[in-house]
Design a protein around this ligand. Structure first.
Ligand SMILES: Cc1cc2nc3c(=O)[nH]c(=O)nc-3n(C[C@H](O)[C@H](O)[C@H](O)COP(=O)(O)OP(=O)(O)OC[C@H]3O[C@@H](n4cnc5c(N)ncnc54)[C@H](O)[C@@H]3O)c2cc1C
Length: 298
C-alpha cells in the first residue's frame, strides 16, 4: 500500500460524506473557551486562521500538539517505541537479488523491538524500532548500521525518526475533545502497526462525537467506555501480555520457527495479530496452546 495514496483516498471519502477537507493547515493552538466551545488556530501559507467549533478530535499522530494544548496527561517513555528508518537508493537488480519481493524482519537485534527492510522498485526502506526507555535512538542507529553494512549506508538518501505509541492513554476524552489513532496511543504493541487501530478508534470516536453534538452534551459521549470495551478489552489487554511473551521472554524467534514448521496455532495467531480480523484474545489463546512447544524449542 502506498501510504500517500491511501491518505488521499481517505480524505476523498471524508469529502464525499460531507466533510470540508482543508489541506496545508498546520494547527498551532487549540483552546477550550467553555464547554463544547473550542478555538483552533492554524497556519495556512504563513497566514494565521481561526476556527470555532463544538468538538475537537485529536488525530495529529504522536506526540500530539492537540493533546498537549488541551491538557491531556503526557505519556511516559514506557508507552512508546522510538524508530529510525533509512531510505536506501539501489539499482533494480540489487533490490531483486538482495531482497526479492518479500518484506524482511530481523528479530533479536534489539530486545524490545525489531529491524526491517521493505524493498521497493529501486529503494529499500530499512529501519529499526525499540521501546524508547530500553534503547536510545543513538544505540538503535548503531544497531541498524550493523544490520545493513557500510556499502548500503553509503546509499542512504533520507533518514526519518519517529515515535510510535503502544499503550492507550489513561484519558481519551476531556469535555468534547477526543483522541484517536496514534494520538490516543493506539498502535499495536507487538508489531507497532497502527493503521487498523487509527480507523477503529476513529469509528468509535465518530459515533460518540455525533451523539454528543446531537444531544448538546459531552456526557452523551461514552467514548472512553466504548474504547475500553471495543478496543482495550478484546485487543490491547492481550497485546500487552503477548508483547511480554514475545520480547520480554524472547519467544518471537521461536514462535516464527514453529510457524515455519507449520504449527497452525502459531500461524493463525500471527495472522490474527497482523490482520485484526478477529479479536486478539483469540491469538493469545492460540499462542498459549502452543506454549509448551514454544518454551521447549531450542
Ligand atoms: C516507519 C514506520 C512504518 C510503519 N509501518 C506501518 C505499517 O506497515 N502498517 C501499519 O499498520 N502501521 C505502520 N506504522 C504505524 C502507522 O504509521 C501509525 O500507527 C498510523 O499512521 C497512525 O495513524 P494516525 O492517523 O493516528 O496518525 P498519522 O498517520 O501520524 O497522521 C497524523 C497526521 O496529522 C498531521 N499533523 C501532525 N501535526 C499536525 C498539526 N499540528 N496540524 C495539522 N496536521 C498535523 C500529520 O502531518 C499527519 O498527516 C508505521 C510507522 C512508522 C513510523
Amino acid at each position: 500500500m502506498v501510504r500517500g495514496r491511501y491518505d488521499s483516498w481517505l480524505a476523498s471519502k471524508a469529502a464525499e460524506a460531507g466533510a470540508e477537507v482543508r489541506e496545508h493547515h498546520r494547527v498551532v493552538d487549540v483552546k477550550r473557551l467553555e464547554p463544547m466551545h473550542y478555538r483552533v488556530k492554524a497556519k495556512h501559507k504563513g497566514e494565521l486562521r481561526e476556527l470555532d467549533c463544538r468538538a475537537v478530535v485529536g488525530a495529529d499522530g504522536f506526540p500530539s500538539l492537540v493533546a498537549s494544548k488541551l491538557g491531556f496527561p503526557k505519556p511516559s517513555t514506557k508507552d512508546f517505541a522510538a524508530s529510525i528508518q533509512y531510505h536506501i537508493q539501489l539499482t533494480e537488480e540489487q533490490v531483486d537479488s538482495e531482497y526479492g519481493d518479500r518484506v524482511h524482519f530481523y528479530f533479536g537485534v534489539v530486545k524490545w523491538g525489531y529491524a526491517w527492510a521493505f524493498p521497493k522498485r529501486t529503494q529499500v526502506a530499512a529501519g529499526i524500532l525499540s521501546v524508547a526507555s530500553e534503547e536510545r535512538l543513538q544505540s538503535l542507529k548503531a544497531k541498524l548500521d550493523g544490520v545493513l553494512g557500510l556499502e548500503k549506508l553509503r546509499n542512504v538518501v533520507r533518514v526519518e525518526k519517529h515515535l510510535i505509541p503502544h499503550r492507550l492513554r489513561p484519558r481519551l476524552q476531556l469535555d468534547c475533545a477526543l483522541l484517536v489513532g496514534d494520538t490516543a496511543g493506539a498502535a499495536n504493541p507487538v508489531h507497532w502497526g497502527g493503521i487498523w487501530h487509527a480507523r477503529k478508534t476513529a469509528e468509535v470516536a465518530a459515533r460518540n462525537v455525533a451523539r454528543a453534538l446531537e444531544q448538546e452534551n459531552p456526557a452523551a459521549s461514552a467514548y472512553e467506555h466504548e474504547m475500553r470495551r471495543e478496543v482495550y478489552a478484546p485487543y490491547f489487554r492481550y497485546d500487552l501480555v503477548m508483547q511480554k511473551m514475545m520480547y520480554g521472554m524472547g519467544l518471537m524467534r521461536r514462535a516464527l520457527a514453529l510457524a515455519a514448521e507449520g504449527n497452525m496455532d502459531v500461524i493463525e495467531a500471527i495472522d490474527i495479530l497482523l490482520t485484526s480480523l478477529e479479536p486478539h484474545s483469540k491469538a493469545f489463546w492460540k499462542l498459549l496452546k502452543a506454549a509448551p512447544r514454544l518454551l521447549l524449542k531450542a
